[in-house]
Design a binder for this molecule. Structure first.
Ligand code: NCD
Ligand code: ZN
Ligand code: ZN
Length: 345
């Protein structure tokens, strides 16, 4: 049995670091495991300007302990009023790594999101021209579409025409959860990729209703049927450069999760690599973890691979029931479970 694995330092291509006290409580977990991370812009108010992204990046750096060499990669939140010139300036100046498309009201803090993709033509054409990736929360929001079908319907109605209209636009379909998404991405050209979270490799929708309602298994897009989990898992461990690590770690305070209207989001940052490693080991392809975690993402974004390595030891680690700092209490993904790998450095 493999006793330890050492891989090139990985990156997280989709994370919510939040702001204020929550940022201070969670940023260190991501910075400990990952060299860089694509930081989601769904703050209140959302990050829509170069100046706001620069200020937020500084707040992230200030939240980390001295000596940390973590690099936050900033994203621009697209609204109906998004300015192509501002976006181009941010990308050219190296402030914005990508733009994020939230369909209005699809998920946490998406009220300012895009109401109609047709309003975005100028922005998307600019992004296509300058090679700036579009990151997509791929769910339609119509009330008449069942919540378990929202990703597949988004692919049909929005993504397929978009890819046809803008064949050179780089698109990352974020946090995929369905066989349809895995197939769409695999069948598309090299400009289309997807991120995959640990939870969507491990849980199916039963986890949300296991003996009672389980708010800590609730995130968006919601976990789907077992057949979808298996398809997403197959894609993740396939070795295809189109699939890469994006935790979608999305912390919400305990009382906001355990509530009559609980927030969507799973806080998986503290044990993210341990969680992924377990999946790759179970599939008998631990040797493919490095590609998924450390190579496919930078290659897609056109960024250099990280120098240095991290090591996971085959030692049991028990995930605490709650975590946090100061007044912030959080329930991590895998709370109370024992995992088989321990991140050492
Ligand atoms: C995210 C959040 O809380 O910001 N929640 C989630 O369930 N994934 C938003 C998102 O990524 O859609
Ligand atoms: Zn999302
Ligand atoms: Zn997210």
């Amino acid at each position: 049995m493999t006793a330890q694995i050492t891989i090139r330092r990985p990156d997280d291509w989709h994370v919510h670091l939040r702001d204020g006290a929550m940022l201070k409580a969670v940023a260190g977990h991501t910075a400990r495991q990952f060299a860089r991370a694509i930081v989601m812009p769904n703050l209140t108010p959302p990050v829509t300007t170069v100046a706001a992204a620069e200020a937020y990046r500084q707040r992230i750096l200030d939240a980390l302990s001295e000596g940390s060499d973590f690099t936050p990669l900033m994203t621009c939140y697209l609204t109906d009023g998004a300015d192509p010139a501002e976006i181009e300036r941010g990308f050219e100046q190296g402030v914005f790594a990508a733009c994020k498309l939230y369909p209005a009201h699809a998920t946490t803090n998406s009220a300012h999101g895009v109401t109609d993709i047709r309003k975005m033509t100028q922005v998307l054409e600019t992004m296509q021209r300058i090679g700036m990736p579009l990151l997509v929360h791929g769910e339609v929001t119509s009330r008449d579409v069942d919540i378990f079908d929202r990703e597949a319907v988004f692919i049909d109605r929005i993504l397929t025409p978009l890819v046809k209209d803008m064949p050179e636009l780089k698109i990352v379909l974020e946090h995929i959860t369905t066989a349809e998404a895995a197939e769409f991405v695999a069948a598309s050209g090299p400009k289309i990729a997807a991120t995959i979270t640990p939870q969507h490799l491990i849980i199916n929708r039963n986890a949300m209703f296991d003996g009672g309602i389980r708010p800590h298994a609730y995130c968006l897009p919601v976990a789907k049927r077992e057949q979808h989990r298996l398809a997403v898992r197959k894609a993740a461990v396939s070795g295809s450069p189109k699939f890469f690590l994006g935790t979608d770690s999305a912390p919400h305070e305990i009382h906001r999760k355990e509530s009559a209207c609980g927030c969507a989001g799973i806080f998986n940052a503290p044990f993210a690599l341990e969680s992924y490693a377990q999946v790759f080991e179970d599939e008998g392809v631990l040797d493919r973890l490095e590609g998924f975690a450390s190579e496919h993402g930078p290659n897609f974004y056109g960024l250099p691979l990280n120098e240095g390595t991290v090591t996971l030891k085959r030692e049991e680690v028990t995930v605490p029931e709650t975590m946090g700092e100061a007044d912030i209490r959080l329930v991590p993904y895998h709370a109370g479970e024992t995992l088989r790998w321990r991140f050492v450095d």
